[in-house]
Design a protein around this ligand. Structure first.
Ligand code: DC
Length: 214
C-alpha cells in the first residue's frame, strides 16, 4: 500500500509521515530530501546544470539501524540538507524539469515494492497517482512559520517571509506545481496534535483495506 502525503512546507508532513510509517510499520520516503540533496550539489558546483547533477547523484536513505539518515554520494548529509540556504536552493532546483524527471523516476522505483508513506508536493499527482490513500496537509501560513521557526530556533516573521516566497515558487512553477490531487483528502492540521492527524490518516488507510476487501 502507498500513502501519499503532500502539502506545503511546515504543514507537518515530515513529522506526520514519519509517525504514520512507524504506526503502520511502513517505510518512509521523504521526497523533499532528494531535492535538498540536488540543491546541496548545486551550491557546491554552481557551474554545472542542476539536471546533470541530479542524474549523476547517488541518494540513499537509511532504513533499519540508519533510519532517517540521508547519504549523498557516500556522504551523510542528514543535517546539512536542513540549512536555510539549502531550503532556498531546493525550491529553485525543484522547478527544473530535468531535476524533477530524475527524482520522480527514482521515487517511483523506490515505492514500487512494499508498503510506503511517501511525502512531498507531487506524490499523489505525479509520482504515484494510483496511491491508495492521498492526503493533502495544510495549516495556516502563520502556524506553519511558527512551527518551522521553533525547529530552527529562528525568528517567526523572517521564516514567514521566506516561506511566502517559497510557497509562491512551489505553487507558481510550470512543472508539477504544488496542488492537491483531485481525489486527495484535505486535512488542515492547524490546532491539531500530531497524534490526531496520525489517527486520521491511519483510519483512512484502514478504511481502504476494508473497502478493497469488500
Ligand atoms: O519538503 P521540503 O521542504 O524538504 O522540500 C524541499 C523543496 O523541494 C521545496 O521547495 C519543495 C520541493 N519539493 C518538490 O518540489 N517536490 C517534492 N515531491 C518534494 C519537495
Amino acid at each position: 500500500m502507498l500513502i501519499a502525503i503532500d502539502g506545503p512546507a511546515g504543514a507537518g508532513k515530515s513529522t506526520v509521515a514519519r509517525a504514520v510509517a512507524r504506526a503502520l510499520g511502513f517505510a518512509h520516503l521523504d521526497s523533499g530530501a532528494m531535492y535538498r540533496c540536488v540543491a546541496l550539489l548545486s551550491l557546491d558546483s554552481p557551474g554545472t546544470a542542476p539536471g546533470t547533477l541530479a542524474q549523476a547523484a547517488s541518494i540513499e536513505f537509511g532504513f533499519g539501524g540508519d533510519k532517517g539518515r540521508v547519504v549523498l554520494d557516500g556522504r551523510d548529509v542528514t543535517a546539512e540538507i536542513r540549512a536555510p540556504e539549502v531550503s532556498e536552493a531546493a525550491s529553485r532546483v525543484a522547478a527544473d524539469p530535468r531535476v524533477r524527471e530524475a527524482m520522480v523516476a527514482r521515487q517511483r522505483e523506490l515505492v514500487a515494492v512494499g508498503d510506503w508513506v511517501a511525502e512531498g508536493r507531487d506524490v499523489g499527482t505525479v509520482v504515484a497517482p494510483d496511491a491508495e490513500v492521498k492526503v493533502f496537509l495544510t495549516a495556516s501560513p502563520q502556524e506553519r512559520a511558527r512551527r518551522r521557526a521553533g525547529e530552527l530556533g529562528a525568528d517567526p516573521d523572517t521564516v514567514l517571509a521566506e516561506q511566502t516566497l517559497r510557497d509562491e515558487r512551489d505553487i507558481g512553477r510550470e512543472h508539477s506545481p504544488l496542488a492537491p490531487a483531485s481525489d486527495a483528502v484535505m486535512l488542515d492540521t492547524t490546532g491539531l496534535t500530531v497524534d490526531e492527524v496520525v489517527g486520521h490518516i491511519a483510519a483512512l488507510a484502514a478504511g481502504h483495506h476494508t473497502s478493497s476487501r469488500a
